[in-house]
Design a protein around this ligand. Sequence first.
Ligand code: NAP
Length: 281
Amino acid sequence: MIIDGKKVAAELREELKKKVTELKSTYNAVPGLTVILVGEDPPSKIYVRNKEKSANEVGINSEVIKYPENVEEKVLLNKIIELNNNNNVSGILVQLPLPKHIDKRKVIETMNPRKDVDGFHPMNVGNLSSGYDSSIPCTPLGCYLLIKKIEKNLNGKHAVIIGRSNLNGKPMIQLLLKENCTVTITHSKTKDLRAECSRADIIIAAVGRPKLVKGDWVKKGAIVIDVGINKTDSGLVGDVDFDEVSKVAKAITPVPGGVGPMTIACLLNNTVECFKKTQSN
Ligand code: NAP
């Protein structure tokens, strides 16, 4: 089975559109997402454009603030403080990567954690790992929702995550632990990745290495979620060898059209959740 991320994301956006309409009639206000884009990185510009378009489609007010590559760090931090205090802004997202002269950590920590739609603020990271309410990073949340579409009960499943980034692998651990999975996290120093994968009921590959996961690494009937986006001469490919693995997996996400669309839909979901939190106080 090929997991259609585009379809699941469209369903989620449809639900969010209805929620936004309801929120508008309850609070006479709609969620607002502000994205800060620094510099001219072409992929970042595309991501930001897509985020803005999707937000508008579900009725979220969206705004993009652009700064040149050489913007001073304090200008950026002051803008974040201003947005923290602006009641019309429910969610703030600073598009990464940032130029080297800007301290990413300072930027994230300046943000009000309640407006942190990416779930990168240490308070959200801590809350997620303690099992408390938190903003959840969008891509792992998207992966989680796709897995749950395939299998409602994950009790006791063995999940192997490839990649330990703060963005993907680490939050994924918490989401799967909460579902009572037994979780193995692997990385570039893992001794025998193939052996680890071959024991998995669920594999999440978030590596950035084209077609790393091969058909004979995967147990028959496993669920395989491919987060990777790799540009190759033959186009965009994931971290999983789709042709080989789709023959053995029970369900697999394609690249493109799998996790990618879910990431943006989850960002909108997080914006709506942040709005609800700010309205309830
Ligand atoms: P990252 O920060 O570069 O982390 C990559 C991880 O993979 C690291 O933990 C690294 O191990 C591990 N790794 C590298 N080579 C490995 C190997 N041969 N075997 C096992 N582990 C290996 O990457 P990221 O930001 O998490 O992104 C991963 C991929 O997801 C990229 O292709 C990115 O474009 C894609 N992505 C997709 C979406 C989406 O919406 N679909 C969103 C975000 C990212 P060490 O820690 O030991 O270095």
